[in-house]
Each structure stands twice: as C-alpha cells, then as structure tokens.
Write a new protein. Structure first.
Length: 191
C-alpha cells in the first residue's frame, strides 16, 4: 500500500519556485531543493519527477500565482491606459522592495536556459505572449476611450512594452535606482 504524502504539494512547489528564482536552475542542486522544500529525495522524485520536471512545474506555478496576480489588472475587461501605468508603478514598488533583487523568474530563466532548452523556451514564449496580449488588450481599450492616440500599431506598442518590461526585470537586479526614470519614458510613449 502506498504511503500517504505528508506535505502539501502547492506549499513545497512554492518553496521550489523560490529556490529556483533566487539561485537559477543550474546553480540549484537537488540537495538544495530537498532542503528548501523540506521533503526527502524520494518524495521529490515521486511527486514531481526529476529536477527538470520540478523546474517546469515551478514555472507553471509562478505563472498561476505571482504572475497571474500581477497581470490581472491588465487583463480586466475595462483595463486601459491607467492599468498600464499602474502595472509599471506596481512593478517598481515590488522590485525596489525585493531586497534579494531576484528579478523575474521567467526573465532569469529566459536568459539562463532558453537558448539551449526548447521546452523552457516554449514556456517562456507563452508567458511573454500573455503579457503582450494583456498590454494589447489595455491599449485597445485606451484607444477606444480616446486616452491615447498611437503613432504606431497597437500590437507593436504591446510588444515594445513587453520588451521594456523584460529589460526592467534585468535592471532591477543590478541597478534598481533607475527603474522610475525608465518607466517615465515608457509611459510617455502612451501620451
């Protein structure tokens, strides 16, 4: 008879996500994961498979939790220009309050793994597409409300905002003091 798991899958997955987020995939050993998750190796393998499968589960968990909460304002039916402004301002607040300067798990993983790991690249591409679509949704609403008069295609602006956001995630790791200046310029594109 199989033994009942004595841990909450989502709680240990959260701990794995935090470990990968702080250390990166390559620098995180299975021993690091076992220690941080508070489970034994057998439970890790039985529940999640190998380290790679756990990493992909951690990415999915990040998308369903931290990212979903952050992007909800852009995906709201009535999201418009203010939602974009608020998104960037909330980003700055979170980034400057993050004393570990972790950046974004997705951006970190894109830089570390996407060039040579097709599964990770596909996960990251889907994540970036969701951000782009959320910005596009808010831009379309803002345009319809007369809040913006774009000089470029709205899809191109959404891609620009997505690109800048990824750059901000990198900057917050090394020079968080410049985030507001960059964001001010980004928001001026909407005027």
């Amino acid at each position: 008879m199989a033994r009942k798991k004595e841990f909450d899958r989502d709680q240990v997955l959260e701990k794995a996500m935090e470990t990968f987020w702080c250390q990166g995939y390559e620098a995180t050993s299975v021993q690091d994961l076992v220690e941080q998750m508070g489970i034994n190796r057998g439970s890790l393998y039985d529940t999640f498979g190998d380290k790679r499968a756990l990493f992909l589960a951690a990415i999915a968990h990040y998308n369903e939790t931290a990212f979903a909460a952050a992007i909800a304002q852009l995906e709201a039916p009535d999201a418009a220009k203010q939602a974009i402004v608020d998104y960037f301002q909330n980003f700055i607040e979170c980034a400057t309050n993050d004393k570990q300067q972790r950046g974004c798990l997705i951006t970190n993983s894109a830089v570390e793994l996407a060039p040579h790991d097709q599964n990770t690249a596909s996960c990251i591409a889907a994540h970036l597409q969701r951000i782009e679509n959320a910005f596009y949704h808010a831009l379309v609403n803002a345009n319809e409300k007369g809040e913006i008069t774009p000089k470029q295609d709205l899809r191109a602006i959404a891609r620009f905002l997505t690109c800048i956001l990824q750059g901000l995630h990198v900057m917050c790791k090394v020079k968080p003091s410049v985030l507001q200046d960059i964001t001010d310029v980004v928001i001026s594109v909407l005027d």
